[in-house]
Design a protein. Structure first.
Lengths: 156, 265
């Protein structure tokens, strides 16, 4: 029915054009640096393998990504958090679940910590290069204060 | 003032290079400029038929390069415009019979007496493309709003820049505004954004292009054709005129849409 209405009123909807644009972005990123996607994944694994020889990092949250403003400006951006941060977060999470924080129950508050974490993160990375991955990764943060606290501790 | 060499390229085949070259040649000539169009697609001669000059060919590009014919006697004058000439490609030779240096020499001979020398580049990124690129003062990159065509345009753009012939300007051909509106086609903004090039022309899909190629009378000579008008605008922009982009939206009204829906039922 909506599609019928859309057709009748000529409303724009997201179609294969958007898919085409996304696919082009992906293909051109790799074309332009002459490194196919699979080789890129290999490289990421190798970079990580070197880093973990020297540092204890939170491997699940490591992000190595290609950023491209245009043909002439590509850069590899890596975010490699230390494992310490993860440990603190996990402790806090356990506590929160045990104490039945209000956020865990009410679904209205359930979305709040995600938004908070997103904001925190975008601050650190000056607002660019973040995508769905960030959100997916924090969706189990139940206590609204937990992430902020963890971050405070980190800063000290 | 020395003439300008403009190469029309694309990477991918079938996107409209030859159509664009023929129409720009006609439009520039109708604007009073002295024009030569060169078909650099050796082995796959096409520009002659699109321009309706196939029955006048005596000599070709390879004949000139190999010294079998004089440049002036090999140039075919257009039926309608006496300030428009075609140098056809050889049909039975291969691309290696012409070198980039040959093309530079040839175009240098033409610059004095002409305002524009347009070169129709073959598809691909090999010798034929190199031949067309080497003498260029400016490159126009033709693409379609399609993933594969845009990808190839990007590849070509990189090669053009590497050869210090860039930045090229974009001709987006075969755009279907109604599909863009429905979100089912890349928009001109999408393509400009992805390629990071400035645009010199947006040409709509137009059935009259086919009739034009059937009859050998380029569509820009047909005043009813939107594609023809759009090509004419590109020509004017090439001469340095600031021409606004035409509105391609002939958005049907509510009742037309209703009628269409009922029809499609
Ligand atoms: N704007 C357009 N609308 C409709 N058909 C077009 C348009 N531009 C090109 N075509 C068609 O596309 C085909 C390929 O065009 P052509 O100019 O020969 O491409 P190329 O030289 O890049 O291989 C031809 O059949 C032509 O008629
Ligand atoms: Mg062609």
């Amino acid at each position: 029915m909506t599609s019928l209405l859309n057709r009748l009123f000529g409303r724009a909807k997201k179609g294969s054009g958007a898919t085409a644009k996304n696919r082009l972005h992906f293909v051109l990123q790799h074309d332009r640096i002459n490194l196919p996607p699979q080789r890129m994944e290999e490289m990421k694994r190798e970079i990580l393998a070197v880093i973990v020889k020297y540092l204890v990092v939170d491997e699940d949250r490591v992000e190595i990504a290609l950023e491209q403003r245009d043909r002439a400006h590509s850069k590899l951006v890596a975010e490699i958090p230390f494992a310490k941060e993860k440990q603190i977060q996990m402790e806090l999470r356990t506590e929160a679940t045990a104490g039945e924080s209000p956020g865990a129950k009410s679904n209205g508050a359930g979305t709040a910590p995600i938004a908070a974490e997103e904001e925190d993160r975008s601050e650190k990375t000056s607002g660019d290069s973040k995508d769905g991955a960030t959100v997916a990764e924090v969706d189990d943060a139940t206590a609204p204060g937990a992430d902020a606290e963890a971050k405070d501790k980190d800063k000290k | 003032m020395a003439g300008k060499v403009v190469t029309i390229s694309s990477g991918k085949g079938g996107v409209g290079k030859t159509t664009a070259t023929a129409n720009l040649g006609i439009s520039l000539a109708s604007l009073g400029r002295k024009v030569v169009v060169i078909d650099a697609d050796i082995g796959l001669r096409n520009l002659d038929v699109i321009m309706g000059l196939e029955n006048r060919i005596v000599y070709d590009l390879v004949d000139i390069v190999e010294g079998r014919s004089k440049l002036r006697q090999s140039m075919i004058k257009h039926k309608k415009f006496e300030n428009l000439y075609l140098i056809p490609a050889a049909q039975t030779r291969d691309k290696m019979s012409v070198s980039p240096a040959d093309m530079v020499k040839l175009t240098d001979e033409l610059r004095d007496a002409h305002d524009f020398i347009l070169i129709d580049s073959p598809a691909g990124i090999e010798r034929g493309f190199r031949n067309a690129l080497e003498p260029a003062d400016e490159v126009l990159i033709v693409t379609n709003p399609e993933v594969s065509a845009v990808r190839d345009a990007d590849r070509i753009t990189g090669l053009i820049e590497a050869a210090e012939k860039g930045p090229g300007r974009l001709i987006l051909n075969r755009l279907k505004p109604d599909l863009v509106k429905k979100g089912e086609m890349l928009s001109s903004d999408d393509v400009i954004d992805i390629l990071g090039l400035s645009i010199i022309g947006i040409i709509p899909e137009d059935e009259l292009v086919l009739s034009a190629s059937n009859s050998g009378v380029p569509v820009t000579l047909n005043t009813d054709s939107k594609a023809g008008m759009a090509f004419n605008n590109v020509a004017r922009r090439l001469t340095g005129e600031d021409v606004p982009f035409m509105n391609l939206d002939d958005e049907p009204g509510f009742f037309r849409r209703l009628a269409r829906l009922i029809e499609a039922w």
